[in-house]
Design a protein around this ligand. Structure first.
Ligand code: NAD
Length: 476
């Protein structure tokens, strides 16, 4: 069992803490106990980080593909060696079952190895021109990146935020969530230990609004990468326009799941139930609105309720836990509100609906059905362990319901009709579509949404390209 480490910021390779700085109490969501005090950045810390990031960019933009790839591959190897330690830290500060934290480490390993390959594939192109002249298009790193990562994937989010800029030749200042700092520091440390120059990647923590205003207010920062809620994303996107910073915005979702009469209902349930309660539903691509065709509605609803009741809720470090606590006290409060509002408006509660115990932030795996469209939970991202199961008649109605909301991150469908599968792939308004599957990601696959779910992608070749700009060079 790993001890929780002492906390710091990492600026210019130095561990920065103390010195009268404000602090934030990091809490174990399974017990409510304080794990450690996190130092928060003052303006002078951020100015220093900016100055160093500018230096880091000048160093790293000139690095070779081999150098970038070696760092990413080296960090991947170190994360494999440190898997247990990193996973334990992530579970201690975020609450998810240890098995999920271990997977997160391996997601980073896969991503860093994929990005290492991409370092060699930043191909430009030569345009067709008369013999005596030459025109080329090259890809160059965009510059220092400010990256803000949330707490739901304490290792995976920082891995995405750090990996892409490093593969592209940028420098990066990471502000990961104050609730889960040690995981982010662990990912950064693997990169530094693998030989990344200390100026290239740094980690700060602070009062989020202070940090984002300070960093985005600086012309040194050339790109914003944010994962979090749509509300905060819109605010940050506005700040980024002032200095014309490029943006990758990975925002909220409200995952529709269409289950048709011709679907393999057992398989849909076997995948959807663990998919819903993974990470206590605190996942932007979580399956949330189950849009079920009439003939299989009761079977699907009852199967879901049984699946919810069978979840093993407990400390993420305990054997057999399938669902840990929610990550912070804001989440059970929000879920209580969503459920009360839905029931008030006529929804039926099939399972769960309340907190568990008075220690930590545990919540019962919950199922609401026959939920009216005007319930808040039908319109706002719940980000918690609640499935909404509603009956529908026709394919047209089901697609209309799936596309009703301004969100467009992940959508899922279960049907054995091949023609329908193609119609759905084309008509669902989402950045990622899973058909007879909830696996919608992979290191090589662009991850991102449309509409209010944001723009730009992480992962895939798109993740690296998002940290680059084109330059056209015309020689006479
Ligand atoms: P929140 O919206 O205040 O924060 C979400 C994330 O954004 C946090 O990591 C926070 O540190 C960061 N943040 C907030 N204000 C910021 C600012 N001004 N500058 C920079 N970063 C800022 O609320 P929360 O209670 O932490 O999370 C609630 C909601 O956020 C959820 O309901 C969900 O919709 C969304 N969320 C989405 C994701 C995702 O993966 N897309 C992850 C976490 C939270």
């Amino acid at each position: 069992m790993t001890d929780y480490p002492s906390l710091h910021m990492t600026i210019d390779g130095q561990k920065v803490s103390g010195g009268g700085r404000r602090t934030f109490e990091v809490v174990n969501p399974a017990t409510g106990e304080t794990l450690a005090e996190l130092p928060l950045a003052e303006a002078a810390d951020l100015d220093r980080a900016l100055e160093v990031a500018e230096k880091g960019f000048q160093i790293w933009r000139k690095s070779t593909a081999q150098e970038r790839a070696a760092v990413l591959q080296g960090a991947a190897r170190l994360m494999v060696e440190r898997q247990e330690e990193l996973a334990c830290i992530a579970t201690l500060e975020q609450g998810k079952p240890l098995a999920e934290s271990r997977i997160e480490v391996m997601m980073n390993v896969g991503l860093f190895n994929f990005y290492a390959g991409e370092c060699f594939r930043n191909y430009g192109r030569e345009l067709v021109r008369p013999e005596e002249s030459r025109s080329t298009v090259r890809w160059e790193p965009v510059g220092p990146v400010a990256a803000f990562a949330p707490w739901n994937f304490p290792l995976g989010n920082p891995g995405r935020k750090l990996g892409a800029p490093i593969a592209a030749g940028c420098s990066v200042i990471l502000k990961s969530a104050e609730e889960t700092p040690a995981s982010a520091l662990g990912v950064l440390q693997a990169l530094l230990d693998a030989g990344l120059p200390k100026e290239v990647a740094q980690a700060v923590f602070g009062v989020p609004d202070e940090v984002s205003r300070h960093l985005l207010g600086s012309p040194i920062i050339r790109k914003l990468s944010f994962t979090g809620s749509t509300v905060v994303g819109k605010h940050l996107a506005r700040l980024a326009t002032e200095n014309m910073q490029r943006t990758t915005m990975e925002l909220g979702g409200h995952g529709p799941v269409l289950v048709f009469d011709d679907a393999d209902v057992e398989k849909a349930l076997a995948t959807s139930v663990p998919g819903k309660y993974r990470n206590c539903g605190q996942v932007c691509v979580s399956p949330t609105r189950f849009i079920v065709q009439e003939d299989v509605f009761e079977k699907f609803r009852d199967g879901f309720i049984e699946g919810a009741r069978n979840q093993q809720v407990g400390d993420g470090l305990a054997d057999g836990t399938s669902m840990g606590p929610m990550a912070n006290p804001r989440r059970p409060e929000a879920i209580d509100r969503f459920i009360a509002d839905a029931v008030d408006k006529g929804a039926k509660l099939g399972a769960g609906g309340k907190r568990i115990g008075n220690q930590g932030y545990f919540y019962e795996p919950s199922v609401l059905f026959d939920v009216p469209l005007d319930a808040e939970i039908m319109n706002e991202e719940p980000f918690g362990p609640v499935a909404i199961v509603n009956p529908f008649r026709s394919e047209e109605e089901m697609i209309a319901e799936a596309n009703r909301l301004p969100y467009g991150l992940a959508a899922y469908a279960w049907t054995s009709d091949v023609q329908r599968q193609r119609r759905l792939a084309s008509q669902l308004e989402a950045g990622m579509v899973g058909i007879n599957s909830h696996m919608i990601g992979g290191a090589d696959s662009p991850f991102g949404g449309v509409k209010w779910s944001g723009h730009g992608s992480e992962d895939g070749i798109e993740g690296v390209k998002a940290c680059m700009v084109t330059k056209a060079v015309h020689e006479g």
